[in-house]
Design a protein around this ligand. Structure first.
Ligand SMILES: C=C(OP(=O)(O)O)C(=O)O
Ligand SMILES: [Mg+2]
Length: 414
């Protein structure tokens, strides 16, 4: 079947932070695909540029017709060529002319339109008929750093993974239970706690990093015992946000501590050992492949060390990381690289080299559920998409629906 594109429509919609973001409809002769782009707050320096200088308004008012005229008549199934045409229309190295959020929303909407023209869900269109694995959800429990206000911990994300869950429904409800338990535990430690949440729905406590690590571990243990499901703590340190290049130190403002790279290696290793961490993301600055390599050599046999700002979903940066043995996991955020076909190429390279691909949301999200389909379609062992909040549960609930549709669903393996 040929899924000829008949129209491309671009609009400005709200994201979860109340900022404008882009939504695209791609219409073929027999189907429609819709996708919206997310946005980051702790973005990596080597991500593509999300929008042209004039922002989304410039895309909607000046570029919609240009983009549509290029794509109309093309086959939505030929995503690689479509993504190349979008890059040619942009004409820059970093997609700054039409914006990586513009190209990624179009790219995802094209794939969804192609899938819909076969009456097929996106995960099946990408992963094939035999795909049957659900990702374990990395649930966001407490927020600090760039995703929270002052007095919050410096570590950006305190996460949990219900590694003992045998189905996605138990897994997402286990995460929600830990989130509830943590509210009680924070209240007992922090008399100023108002119940405030960060950008990704985690609580924002006014406590030290150590205190947050302790209650995170306690909540995992208590809820895990109650449910009979092993739940392991995890972190996104987002260390690029803490790195002060002039001082060559990581600044932990909440704790009043500065750490050089050697101290940071010891600090993170100690946390991994003490709390039996399952996963630690961005423990070093985005330029410090060496620090990543040293830590991975020490703890990579028992903990996933994941690069987010380090790799920005970029195949070349991942190749460098593979060469240097810098990490054993990679965050996959399609809008960091600007197209679904390049996202796929990065996932493929990761899998070929036993690097765990972790499909992820951004801190600014919409109710778009595409990444749930990508995680299943790519057979990604993990998905990072929050635990509660409308824009987060849009993905989690979609995973529950996908599990129901699959003939022999099973949780993924690591
Ligand atoms: C989701 C994250 O945050 P942001 O979207 O702000 O980059 C992250 O750092 O993993
Ligand atoms: Mg991150």
């Amino acid at each position: 079947m040929v899924s000829i594109i008949e129209d491309v429509q671009v609009r400005k919609i709200l994201d979860s932070r109340g900022n404008p973001t882009i939504e695209v409809d791609v219409i073929t002769w027999n189907s429609k695909g819709r996708a919206a782009a997310p946005s980051g707050a702790s973005t990596g320096s080597y991500e593509v540029v999300p929008y042209p200088k004039g922002g989304i308004d410039e895309v909607v008012s000046e570029m919609e017709d240009l983009i549509a005229s290029e794509l109309i008549g093309m086959d939505a199934e030929d995503l690689v060529t479509i993504d190349e045409v979008l890059k040619e229309v942009d004409g820059t190295d970093n997609l700054s002319a039409i914006g990586g959020n513009t190209t990624v929303a179009i790219s995802m909407a094209v794939a969804k339109a192609a899938a819909a023209s076969y009456n097929m869900p996106l995960y099946k269109y990408i992963g094939g008929n035999l795909v049957n694995e659900l990702p374990f959800p990395l649930g966001n429990m407490m927020n600090g750093g760039a995703h929270a206000g002052i007095n919050a911990p410096d570590i950006q994300e305190f996460l949990v993974v219900p590694v003992g869950a045998t189905n996605i429904s138990d897994a997402v409800f286990a995460n929600a239970s830990v989130h509830k338990r943590l509210k009680e535990l924070i209240q007992s430690k922090d008399s100023n706690f108002t119940g405030g949440k960060g950008d990704e729905g985690g609580w924002v406590p006014n406590i030290s990093n150590d205190a947050a690590l302790e209650i995170q571990a306690r909540a995992c243990e208590e809820v895990g015992d109650e449910l009979g499901i092993e739940i392991r703590p995890s972190l996104d340190i987002a260390a690029s946000e803490l790195w002060n290049a002039a001082e060559q130190k990581y600044i932990y403002a909440q704790d009043g501590i500065k750490r050089d790279t050697g101290d940071q290696i010891d600090f993170v290793k100690d946390i991994i050992d003490t709390y039996n961490m399952f996963y630690v993301e961005d423990p070093f600055d985005e330029s410090d492949f060496g620090g990543f390599s040293q830590l991975t050599a020490k703890v990579g046999d028992k903990c996933l060390i994941c690069g987010d700002d380090l790799f920005v979903t970029n195949k070349e940066l991942l190749a460098k990381g593979i060469e240097m043995k810098a990490a054993n996991a990679i965050i996959i955020k399609p809008n960091q690289i600007g197209s679904l076909s390049e996202t796929y190429a990065t996932v493929k390279l990761a899998k070929e080299n036993n690097i765990v691909p972790v499909v992820s949301h951004r801190s600014g999200e919409t109710t778009d559920e595409t990444i749930a389909h990508l995680a299943v379609g790519f057979s990604s062992p993990l998905i990072k998409t929050g635990a509660i909040g409308g824009e987060r549960i849009a993905k989690l609930n979609e995973l529950i629906r996908i599990e129901e549709e699959l003939p022999n669903p099973t949780m993924n393996k690591f």
